[in-house]
Structure formats: C-alpha cells, structure tokens
Design a protein around this ligand. Sequence first.
Ligand SMILES: O=P(O)(O)OC[C@H]1O[C@](O)(CO)[C@@H](O)[C@@H]1O
Length: 478
Amino acid sequence: MLRLQSGFELDYANIYNESCIQERDVNNFERAIQNVWRHTNILRSTGFEEGHVSKDGLPEPVLFYQLPYISEDGINTPAMLKRLYELRDYARHNIDTVVSVGIGGSYLGSKVIFDVQCGAFWNNLSSEERNGYPRMYFAGFNVDGDYLAGLIRTLEYQAQTKGSDYKVMLVITSKSGSTIEPMANFMILEKALQDRNINYEVVAVTDMSDDEHPTVLRSMAIENHWKTYSIPYGVGGRFSVFTEVGFVTAALVGFDIEGFLAGAASMDAACQEEDIFKNPALLSALLKYIASERYGRIIEVFMPYGEALHSLSDWYVQLLSESLGKMSNTCLPYGRTPVAAVGTMDMHAQVQEHQEGRLNKVVQFIKVKDWKHNLVVPNTHSQYERLQALGNVGICDILNIALDANREALSSDNRFNMTITVPTLNAFHLGEIMFMHCWAVYFESIFAGVDAFDQPGVEVYKRLIGPKLARAKDTHNS
Ligand SMILES: O=P(O)(O)OC[C@H]1O[C@](O)(CO)[C@@H](O)[C@@H]1O
C-alpha cells in the first residue's frame, strides 16, 4: 500500500503479488525507469518533451506540470484567480443559467468539477439553495437536435417563469476555436436566445496565444466584445481542467479552485519521488505497462464508486486514449483500451465479464472513504430477512462494502486490480486523483515510446468530415 500524508492511498496488492505481476518483472525496469527520469528532468527544466512537435510539425512546449502552482510568472497567476473570482461574484448576482458548450478536453474536466461540486439535482434547486450560483447545463459534447431542442425549451420556460430580468450566460470553450460540435451547438443556441428575446451574454475560452493567427472563436469574441479566458499555449485539452477551461466552470458553481490546485501540487510533489513505491503515478504507470506488455492486460476498466465520480471515468477515457493510443517510436501500435464504468451500477452490467471473461484487463477502482451524506437505510419491512440485513446500515457503507467485495472477488481469481482511496470527496482530493493520472499517462508514454501530447489519429476522420459537410450543404441548398 502506498500512502500519502494527505490520506490518499494506492493499494496495488491485487496486481503486484506472487500470482500477478512479480518483483522480478519490476526489477527488469531499472533502466527504463532511469529513462523516465531523464525525460522528466528535461521536461521540467526546459518545458519541452523530446520528440514532441505540434500538428504542424513545429516544436511545441509541454507545460502541464506547471499548472498546480499559482505564481506571478507562471501559467496560473494571482491575477487570473482575481478575474475568476470577479466572474464568480458577477454570475451570482446577474446570471440565472449558464450553458457550457464544449467537447473533449473542453468539456470532460468541467463536467467532473460540476458533478463533484453540484451533484445531479443542482438545476432543480432554488437560487437561494444554490447560494445565488446559476444553474448550469452542458451542450456541444454531441450534435443532437433532440437534446438541444429540449435544452432550448428549458431555457424558454425559465425565461417565461422569471420574466424580463432572466439572463443566460453561454460559455463556449474550444482550444482550436472552430470544432464542429461546439460551434454548431453554440450558433443554434445563440440564435434561439435571440429569436426568443432572452437576455444572454457570451464568455469565450480559447487559445489566445497566437495574435497573428487568432482562432475563429477569439476573433468572434473580439468582434462581439465577449469576455475571454484562455487555454494556455503548451497545455493540451485533456490536461486543461487545471486551467481556465476547468476554472471558469469552477468559479460559476463555487468550486474551490485553490484547493483543487493544492491537491494537484501535493500530488506533483509525490510524483517526483524517485522511489517507485512512494510515487503513485510512476508505480501505477509501471504496473499497468507491465500488465499490458507481459500479461496481455490491454484493457483498463476505470471504475470509481459513486455517482459524483461517474464523469471522472469519461474524463479518463480521453486522457488514456489520446495520450497512449498511438504508434510507438519503434513503429508498434500501443495503447490500452479504456472502459468507463461506475460502481455499483456496473456490478450489475459489466462485472460478470470482469470476473469470468478474458484475462485482458486491469480494473482501476476509485474509492471515497467518507461521503457527505451517509443516509441510513431504515429498518422498515424488517419482516423480510433480506431487507432486514440492510436496515440501519449507511448507504455509503453499502457502496464501499460492495466495492471491497468486488475487489476481493476479482482477486480471488488473480484478476488484476488496483484501488485508489481518498478520505473524502473534495476539491483537494479530486485535484490529487486527476493530476496523478496526468503524470501516470506521461510516465507510461516513456515506457511505451509514444508521444503523450499529440493526437494525430483524430485528424484522419476530421479530413473526411470537411468534404462530406460541403456536399451536405450543397444538397441542402439546391
Ligand atoms: O477544444 P477543441 O479545440 O474544441 O477540441 C476539443 C477536443 O477535440 C480533440 O482535438 C480531438 O478531436 C481533443 O484533443 C480536444 O480536447
């Protein structure tokens, strides 16, 4: 068990033992680990990862490791925080509903922050119960007319109910500034608000680094005098939850940004430990790499327990897929297929296969020791023996008992699994978990010889969409 002072734990006993990955497997990696440190030291001292180039083939910095720290000359600055807090205070007094529009890294991390902070029923609460913070909906993570029509109807209803001082904030996030899904959604939403005379304002979050070639979204923001926030140069979308991409959402729902970064910073310190048994990201990366290459465990089931962490699985799916699923420097395809799961729901859907299906997967559990609302199951219907067993037991205790039973069952058949446990679900521990996985995919990319920071594979379908869209437009217009 690896334990950090914060209470964060990584239990690797169910993957590293006599029947699974063994000591001699790990000992073989001494030189590979030295290579990891060589890369990491270069990265941390120069801001460049050996071999990494941008989409256009130019050297491009890799700066995610700087994100936990707030400093005058860093990426995340005190001035940035001040602006975010101004946005927070402004929204609390002036905005009824936020619609956050984005996809991939411009959506997934924000959704995690929202879910952890607000839970599933936030938008049904009164303004007082939300402490003045606005409602928040998400859009742009798909192109779905039915979903959008439902959202527009909801905004219309809210406007009719509240009257003329109802106000919407559209937050449009896109690093490239022209991704099809968010832009199509944004244009439909904006027009729908205009057509219905609903007050709105726009906040744009995009790459602000290239003044000569501004993104389309940045140009739109300048032309229309929208507030802007930036996705820093050198930070890929899947790492951007630790930038204004995540922080704008955080500010708008009162999530503790500084606590989140403190958790990331604490994890960053642990990820510099040379002793692999004290470094959660390196240990996890190494064990998962060995599991894949030596034991054929080429799938990873990411399985937090509890609804608030459901979207964390989706966030991880992008991080793992886009960082590691690609051709290695020895021209071998690499990657571990992520499977998003959540407990206990998927115990009744996926677990049969985890328990008895192919021996090709690692299960990564995430456990929260103490939840905020440990509602007790009442001792009603106690004449039924099966229900009596549940009476007077906390619902969160049932959640964690189920998790422990799942781990134990898998381990009884030597099925590879690991568990991360945090004492409670707050901004600090969420920052720890998310930043650990950022480092873990980086470390694993060095073992595998892949560039963790590009995603050339997504360009293939993107090249095909353009001409198809043009043809669809011609047909539509003729
Ligand atoms: O923020 P953008 O530029 O709209 O991109 C959204 C997502 O699309 C991708 O580029 C993949 O197509 C991701 O890497 C990115 O997070």
